[in-house]
Each structure stands twice: as structure tokens, then as C-alpha cells.
Write a protein that binds this ligand. Structure first.
Ligand code: SAM
Length: 296
């Protein structure tokens, strides 16, 4: 930011948030995962982790009453903030009225064409995504951004701590799974801070973490068929206690026999009894490339 320079009034201060909530008689909607940040130090940490400068175009998902939006607007060139809750729009128009570089968009992020926004508002150049995410749709939001190839430089998000742990887990650990591999295919994850429930209003029942995902220009592994790679990954983790050959064999629509998988695993120097959780991303890439050749 304008590091250290705080917005006035700073909605990160609980009294100011309470004042706005009372002024508009705002009723929290649990179904929208509404937990508003009320800690300026955490807000500073998010801005720092996102490394926002005056050149950046920031896409914020779920601005709430505009707390983080104020911090982003003070640091970035332009901010577009997408909020689903109609009741929050007049509040945002009030709390953000001093900022000429914020566009508020009412809508469901899962139904919004983010590529189009990046195209229209940032000339198709990579944007930075920053959000205190609604936890009920963390994975669909992130996978939607990755899979629809929105031009993105980095994604800095508050997520459930458990989800952050899964994002950065490696093979052989209990947290390693389809989410770890999907995230690590597209980006390099880094946990910038752990955040306790008392930094939010109302308090969530879970611990949270700020994760920075630095998005790769090119994936770290070469894959012939991305859809097959992710289908293979999902099938391998569907039933964790199953061997990889069984998981793939039982995956509907894939049509992969046990013999084919075992033959490929042998060629790769892996045991027929190996489980999905033992394979690295590059081993999954090799497996899916070999399957792609065999199924062609
Ligand atoms: N950014 C604010 C903050 O940090 O105080 C609010 C964060 S709150 C955890 C999540 C926000 O996302 C809420 O404002 C909620 O209404 C909004 N939201 C929930 N589902 C959404 C969706 N599908 N599309 C856009 N916004 C959504």
C-alpha cells in the first residue's frame, strides 16, 4: 500500500464495522459465508502477501461491506469487486464513495465471466485476485479461475486453514489429494499467515489462513490432455484406501483396465499395489500421458 496508511474510517476497526452494520440494519446471511474481517493487522498482511502496487488491477471476490476493498483501492490502480448479496451493494456504494478506482459488480462469481472482466477492464493483461473467500465455495472458485484460464498473476486468499494445508501438501502426507495436485499444477502455494476466528465478525467455527498462489505462466509438467490428467487424479483419490489400479478401473467413463494401469506402472518403475497418494505431480503427468497414448 501506501504501506501503513490506513483508510478513514478504517472498517478493519470493529467499532466502525458495527456502526455500518447498525446504520444499514444489516443481517448476516450464513448461506453466503459472511464473516467480515475486523483486524487491521490481518488486512495489512493480506495486502503485503498480495504485493499490490499502483500498477495492479485487482479482482476482489466478495467485498462484504468493503473493508478489504478500501485497503486494496488505496494500493492498486483499479479494483473490481464482485458481490452476490444485493443488500451489500448500497453499503459498498457508501463505504467506497471516496475511491474513484473501484467498480462494484453485483453477481455470483461462479456465474461471472472473469476472463471478460480482465479483457474489458485490464486489456486482457494478468490481474491479481484477492479475497477473503466465502468458504462454502472455495474450491469451485479457485478451480473455475484456473480451468477457464483467466489471465491471473497471483491469487491471494483467506481460506479455511485445513484447505490451505491441503493446497501445499506433498505426496505421502494425510493432507495430500486432488486439491493439492490441482493447485500445484497451476500455481506455487505459500501460506502467508494463520488467522484465528476472533479476527472476524461473526466468528467462524474454523481457523483460517492467508494463502498466496503465484500462478505459473506454463505448468511445471507437460501434459497431453489436461482433462485426462485431472480425471485420473480424481479417480485415484476417490477411495483413498484403494490401490491406484482399482481406483482407475472403477472410475466411470474412463475405460481404463487394471492390466493397462499395471503395465504402465511397471514401465514407470512403480509397484502394481501403489496408491495415488504416493505419486508426485510429475508421476501423475507421466501416467496420464502414457494412458492418453494407449487410449488414442
Ligand atoms: N471481503 C469481506 C471481508 O473480508 O470482510 C467479506 C468476506 S466474507 C468471508 C465473503 C463475502 O463473499 C461475503 O460478502 C458474501 O456475501 C460474498 N459471497 C458469497 N458467495 C458469493 C458468490 N457466489 N459470488 C460473489 N460473492 C459471494
Amino acid at each position: 500500500m501506501n504501506q501503513g496508511k490506513r483508510p478513514v474510517p478504517d472498517l478493519g476497526i470493529p467499532q466502525n464495522t458495527i456502526e455500518i452494520l447498525n446504520k444499514y440494519k444489516f443481517v448476516f446471511q450464513k448461506k453466503f459465508g459472511q464473516n467480515f474481517l475486523i483486524d487491521p493487522h490481518v488486512l495489512d498482511k493480506i495486502i503485503k502477501a498480495a504485493d499490490i502496487s499502483e500498477e495492479d488491477f485487482v479482482l476482489e471476490i466478495g467485498p462484504g461491506i468493503g473493508t478489504m476493498t478500501q485497503y486494496l483501492a488505496a494500493s492498486a490502480r483499479q479494483v473490481a469487486a464482485i458481490e452476490i448479496d444485493h443488500a451489500l451493494i448500497p453499503i459498498l456504494q457508501d463505504t467506497l464513495k471516496e475511491y474513484g478506482n473501484v467498480k462494484i459488480i453485483q453477481g455470483d462469481v461462479l456465474k461471472t465471466d472473469l476472463r471478460q472482466i480482465a479483457c474489458d477492464m485490464n486489456g486482457g493483461e494478468p490481474v491479481k485476485v484477492v479475497a477473503n473467500l466465502p468458504y462454502y465455495i472455495t474450491t469451485p472458485i479457485l478451480m473455475g479461475i484456473f480451468e477457464s484460464h483467466v489471465p491471473v498473476k497471483s491469487i491471494t486468499v483467506m481460506v479455511q486453514k485445513e484447505v490451505a494445508d491441503r493446497m501445499q501438501a506433498g505426496p505421502g502426507t494425510k493432507d495430500y489429494g486432488a486439491l493439492s495436485l490441482a493447485v500445484q499444477y497451476y500455481a506455487k502455494p505459500y501460506v502467508a499467515a494463520n488467522v484465528p476466528p476472533n479476527c472476524f465478525m461473526p466468528r467462524p467455527q474454523v481457523e483460517s489462513s492467508v494463502v498466496n498462489l503465484s500462478v505459473y505462466k506454463e505448468p511445471p509438467v507437460q501434459v497431453k490432455d489436461e482433462r485426462l490428467l485431472f480425471a485420473v487424479i480424481r479417480a485415484s483419490f476417490n477411495q483413498r484406501r484403494k490401490t491406484l489400479q482399482n481406483g482407475l478401473n472403477h472410475a466411470p467413463g474412463l475405460g481404463i483396465s487394471k492390466e493397462l494401469t499395471v503395465g504402465i506402472l511397471e514401465d514407470m518403475g512403480l509397484l502394481a499395489s501403489v496408491r495415488g497418494e504416493a505419486l508426485t505431480l510429475s508421476q501423475f503427468a507421466e501416467l496420464s500421458n502414457r494412458l492418453s497414448d494407449a487410449l488414442a
